[in-house]
Design a protein around this ligand. Structure first.
Ligand code: NAI
Ligand code: MG
Length: 375
């Protein structure tokens, strides 16, 4: 049996607890790995001025796969104030480790399955089964932003863009610019990932989410690329929808949709909407998948108010672990975990507060492992 090297990054708050739960289940189903702990999160920002230290970056590079819990983030000014005194005033700027790792390792495919487990009291409707492919490196999240706009940029924009004339009298310090950058390669690889998945798993339709009628350059590129790529997949239907309409239609009839693919921002929004339809934060799991490095995580944060209480739902993280096994090709163990979660949800006896239960985080993990072993 293969023994893997797994970078293990619990992070802050309940990240630590839900990762302990996932580890319990992984051990019980017999997954063999060297788990190497990686430092990440608020503690390291405060002590070292870096929430994602170089040693952790190196660990990710040198592992087969990574799992990440959750971290605490704070706005730039509040973050500066919490640095140890000797690091203050040195111009250190807090940046989210997750956004950094996605860009640094080119984890372009954010895969977020949203399937309703039968009997989950939190289901919006029974039978929902959506898979979202969110582009993870470009778009409005590329980090090219200006607070206090440089004069050269303003001059260039006035020269090159007619609509920018509307801003010509605004003082430089009174406006901000965030750029949305999409590339042909970036659009194509996420769209192909969605179609490849649909083909492999017998899915019927890929819906492309955009706002190309208004955001014509970037979203136009995304939609045009999708139309071109779709021709290579004649057995799969392609349709498209504006992000705003998509949110309405998803709520009206989620069964009209199957696989969704979207640029970064719309993918972020629509995947949270879909996660809520199948149980909310306790069920939202995701893979950040690149060609060399992949990181699996629950989508919730560190929930500081519950930190240390072991009362939060570990299912999102256990499903992230299941996705990790699937990614590694350990299909049998992945299927066991999936069954364990399904059975635990169906019985709804040993579940956390968000599902109306009283069980603790690790009790739910034990229950899932018990059912997984019977599968
Ligand atoms: P959050 O996701 O941490 O929690 C919001 C609320 O949702 C919690 O107070 C709790 O009521 C509920 N919740 C979250 N996870 C749950 C679980 N597994 N089981 C049951 N209930 C759960 O979001 P919030 O409060 O906005 O952010 C807290 C911190 O987490 C912030 O510092 C934020 O920046 C960070 N954050 C980190 C993320 C990550 O590491 N991927 C993602 C989102 C937020
Ligand atoms: Mg989000």
């Amino acid at each position: 049996m293969t023994k893997y090297k797994v970078a293990w990054l619990p992070g802050d708050g309940i990240g630590i607890e839900v990762m302990e739960a996932a580890r319990l289940v992984l051990d019980k189903v017999g997954f063999k790995a060297d788990y190497i702990h990686g430092d990440i999160g608020w503690e390291f920002w405060c002590k070292e001025g870096d929430a994602f230290p170089q040693r952790t970056i190196d660990l990710l590079k040198n592992s087969d796969v990574s799992m990440f819990g959750a971290i605490t983030s704070k706005p730039v000014k509040a973050a500066e104030a919490e640095l140890v005194p000797e690091l203050r005033g040195k111009g250190l700027v807090y940046r989210s480790p997750i956004v950094r790792m996605r860009q640094m390792f080119d984890l372009y495919n954010c895969l977020r399955p949203c399937k309703a487990f039968p009997g989950n009291p939190l289901n919006f409707k029974e039978g929902i089964d959506l898979v979202i492919f969110r582009e993870n490196t470009e778009d409005l999240y590329c980090g090219v932003e200006f607070n206090t706009v440089p004069q050269e940029l303003k001059d260039t924009l006035l020269k090159l863009s007619k609509p920018f004339a509307a801003f010509k009298d605004v003082p430089l310090e009174d406006y901000a610019i965030s750029t949305k950058i999409n590339t042909k390669k970036g659009c194509e690889r996420i769209i192909r990932a969605a179609f490849d998945f649909a083909k492999k798993f017998g899915r019927k339709k890929v819906t492309v989410v955009h706002k190309a009628n208004v955001v014509r350059a970037t979203d136009g590129l995304f939609l045009e690329t999708a139309k071109r790529v779709a021709k290579d997949y004649p057995t799969i239907q392609m349709d498209d929808a504006n992000i705003d309409a998509m949110c309405m239609w998803l709520l009206k009839n989620p069964f009209n949709y199957d696989v969704l693919v979207a640029p970064n921002l719309y993918g972020d929004i629509v995947s949270d909407l879909c996660a809520q339809m199948v149980g909310g934060l306790g069920f939202g799991c995701s893979g950040n998948i690149g060609d060399k490095v992949s990181v699996f995580e629950p989508t919730h944060g560190s929930a500081p108010k519950y930190a240390g209480m072991y009362k939060c739902n570990p299912i999102a993280t256990i499903l992230a672990a299941q996705m990790m096994l699937d990614h590694l090709g350990e299909k049998d163990m992945a299927a066991r975990i999936y069954h364990g979660v399904a059975q635990t949800v169906k019985e709804c006896k040993v579940v956390t507060y968000d599902m109306g239960g009283k069980a603790k985080t690790l009790e739910v993990a034990e229950e899932i492992a018990k059912h997984a072993m019977k599968a």
